[in-house]
Write a protein that binds this ligand. Structure first.
Ligand SMILES: [Zn+2]
Length: 300
């Protein structure tokens, strides 16, 4: 019940957003209005008597995004279990990943950092997310902090070809070949194993085109909406004009995010900071963006 009404509200606002032609997020004022309207509607729904006691959603009713102090006291679920596993044990590209399991049903979100090895804010954000694993109260997070481990060690974007262009490109649906590059093949297998509902890839750029941007798959309205909401949330605390996050549709062909979206139907987001800002601020923004999405999905 709760989910279907939220979906209805979500779809209505999305259609309104599309009608107004604000997919690119260039008209921030209108987007902010819509986000705040969505939050108001959602909050009013959650306040309805009985909404939170719906048996199917007991203890997992999503709190209003950003309302981090609103958790009900006396209803603390058991802490999520964090398991460290290794991808490619013994290989030069061996790297650890973490499965954060709340023990409750909910979305599976895969968070990736370090596909490029010279983007420190993404790596630090991944560390912060492991530290905050205990806040996950529904679903599962699969976190791969150093996807391109040799590049991270070398502090270079890549040591060979760009790992984030090594993933399958959709030609005929369901017939994409596995990646040739061994690390990419192993990461791709991880995606196949966990079948994430959402995949969030963190980057830390030096480009004015991609920096400070939340990018979504252009054919996924839910991802577009989440990107708008995430950017809106991050921008609440940012007043400098050059710091604000924009949103944009369109993920590079061969990137992990586009491949996961097109071949496994994961909702795909790429969050990119700009290196002109301090490392502390950038890593904070990336971690905050992911934690916001988890709240948005009712996972914390
Ligand atoms: Zn990058």
């Amino acid at each position: 019940m709760a989910q279907s009404l939220l979906t209805l509200i979500f779809t209505g606002l999305l259609l309104l957003a599309q009608t107004l032609g604000i997919q690119t997020g260039t008209e921030r004022k209108t987007v902010d209005d819509l986000i705040s309207a969505f939050h108001d509607l959602r909050a009013s729904f959650l306040e309805e008597p009985g909404a939170k006691s719906d048996a199917g959603n007991a203890g997992t009713a999503p709190e209003s995004p950003g309302a981090q102090d609103g958790r009900a006291a006396g209803d603390q679920p058991a802490a999520a279990r964090v398991e460290r596993r290794v991808l490619g044990a013994g290989e030069s590209w061996e790297t650890a990943y973490y499965v954060i399991d709340s023990g409750r049903s909910g979305p599976v979100v895969m968070v990736v950092a370090g596909l490029h090895g010279d983007e420190p804010a993404a790596l630090l954000a991944a560390e912060r997310l492991i530290e905050q694993a205990g806040e996950i109260t529904a679903g599962q997070v699969v976190l791969l902090p150093e996807a391109n481990a040799p590049a991270v060690r070398a502090r270079k974007a890549h040591t060979g070809a760009d790992l984030n262009r090594a993933f399958p490109v959709e030609t005929v649906r369901g017939e994409a070949p596995a990646p040739q590059e061994p690390a990419a093949a192993a990461i791709w297998q991880l995606v196949e194993e966990h079948r994430p509902d959402w995949l969030v890839d963190l980057h830390d750029e030096s480009s004015d085109v991609t920096g400070q941007t939340v990018v979504y798959h252009e054919a996924q309205p839910e991802a577009a909406w989440a990107a708008q909401a995430m950017a809106g949330h991050l921008n609440e605390a940012l007043d400098e004009a050059d710091t604000a996050f924009r949103t944009a549709g369109g993920l590079p062909s061969g990137s992990l995010a586009r491949a996961a979206a097109e071949l496994f139907d994961a909702r795909a987001l790429v969050v990119e900071t700009h290196r002109r800002h301090s490392l502390a601020a950038r890593s904070e923004w990336l971690a905050d963006g992911v934690m916001y999405l988890l709240a948005y999905l009712g996972m914390r």
